[in-house]
Design a protein around this ligand. Sequence first.
Ligand SMILES: Cc1cc2nc3c(=O)[nH]c(=O)nc-3n(C[C@H](O)[C@H](O)[C@H](O)COP(=O)(O)OP(=O)(O)OC[C@H]3O[C@@H](n4cnc5c(N)ncnc54)[C@H](O)[C@@H]3O)c2cc1C
Length: 517
Amino acid sequence: MSDTAQPLETAVVGGGVAGLYCAWRLSQQADPSPGAIAVFEHTNRSGGRLWSEALDQEQAIPAELGGMFFSDAQDLVYRLCDQVLGLNHQAVTPANDFAWVRGKRFMIQDFDQPGVLPYRLREDEQGLAEHELSMLCIRRIVPDIDQYWPLNPNATMSDTVRFLRSSSFDGRPLHDWGFWNLMARVISNEARICLEDLEGTYAMYSNWNGLEAVFSLLCDLTGRWFRLPEGYQQLPDLLREQARAAGVRIHLQSELLAVSAPDHDGYRTLTFGGDRPSIKARRVVLALPTGALQMLDIDASDAFLSAIDACTRVPACKLFMVFDQAWWEQLPDGPGSIEVGHFAASHTDLPMRQCYYLGTDPGTGRALLLGAFGDGRSVSFWPALLDHKQKRAVGVRPIPAVMRDELIRQLSEIHDYPVPAPTDAVFVDWTQPPFWAGWHSWKPGIKSWQAAACLRGSEQDPGLHVCGEAYSAWQGWVEGALTSAEMLLTDQLGLAQPDWLADSECLAPYQPSHVAN
Ligand SMILES: Cc1cc2nc3c(=O)[nH]c(=O)nc-3n(C[C@H](O)[C@H](O)[C@H](O)COP(=O)(O)OP(=O)(O)OC[C@H]3O[C@@H](n4cnc5c(N)ncnc54)[C@H](O)[C@@H]3O)c2cc1C
């Protein structure tokens, strides 16, 4: 423990991808004298919400308990993996999705066909593909949106950001609206429920910040999808190892409890739980989600403390199963055999919400299924099936028989097939501490670019900085965690923007100056 007794130049708290990216960038550019930078992580592993587990020793495909995919439209994460770290990545294409909603099964590709959808859509909402229905909603909220990125390939993301910040609906700025409030004005309730059911997310269509919701749907329109075949956790693992090699100390099982005001030399004191001694640091980077920040005793301005509450915590859970063989390959209406580089998913209004067929180990024939992937209100269904002593755990393995049987019951219903028992299963509930949420959403009424700037750092709170997915422009994505960290590094900590990002617009949504006149 004595190695942390010396005052630090920079203490990074949170060993998720945002914190490790900060430590890695600082170690590459700043003076990495031994002991200048340290990372403090609460749990006994780094990576946070990137957590890749081999459920079976011979299982070729890791179970991605947290983040799974990234896109080449997500400039920072894509370039970091592709150009900078040279991580082996594989394009993935969704194939052959089907849905089971309101007791009816159909292929998603038939969404626009007459009589297929079990929803009473208005006449002008019928005959559209799924993404066209959500675009109908966006175009009615912001009618000029086709002139802007990404719909207009000649426009820039900065123009879109300026446009959305100056846009109003019915005389109120977009950011003041809740997205559900907006949808209620422009599409039928049946159309909203249809999108909610079939896109697999309750959170996206809930009442979060109207401006951020529109921006998020626009971002989803572009890019090709990728995964790291050896697991997304490879990214934070490599950042950690390179930072460590450059002199950064990584301390696991170090739960931060409090951050003091700066002393007369400008150093803040960090107090930890357990037997870790407190330390002093000139700069404190809190790369933490909202719930973790809310638990801390931080001596900071009222503006800083109230900006922490600008986000809502979105529940999320996953339940993976391993089977002796890929039973879904035999089904007449099923996804068939999943080739490398593809995945298929099914969508339902049952509590399991989505399942992803992730393929078969060529050696053993064992197959991996993400059997339930839920967010928002679907999440509370599952933890109630845990044994009492398992209820505070993030990951549970093995799962109780009652939970296993319930998922098998739902899988059998949606596939109309008696799904066999799995050989293994794991349940992950991201609403548990120290994560408190799967991801986050800006509340209606918040100007995200102002709240994020306040938390990033200000004269009122010298040496105190927040970054990470929660306070980002791409909430729910690694891209959000990384861009918010990069913005902090260049805006507050004096680092030059790296060459490999020179022509990227990925920091545009953070610029407080991007406000139309
Ligand atoms: C189910 C699920 C699916 C997802 N799917 C995708 C996807 O497909 N693609 C994608 O890009 N993103 C996805 N995401 C989002 C992505 O995983 C996150 O955006 C990203 O990993 C967040 O990184 P972070 O560093 O901001 O936060 P975190 O990873 O949460 O890191 C914060 C760290 O702080 C630690 N901590 C908390 N409290 C304290 C304390 N008091 N003291 C010290 N340490 C503390 C935590 O243990 C944690 O390690 C998904 C997330 C979930 C949950």
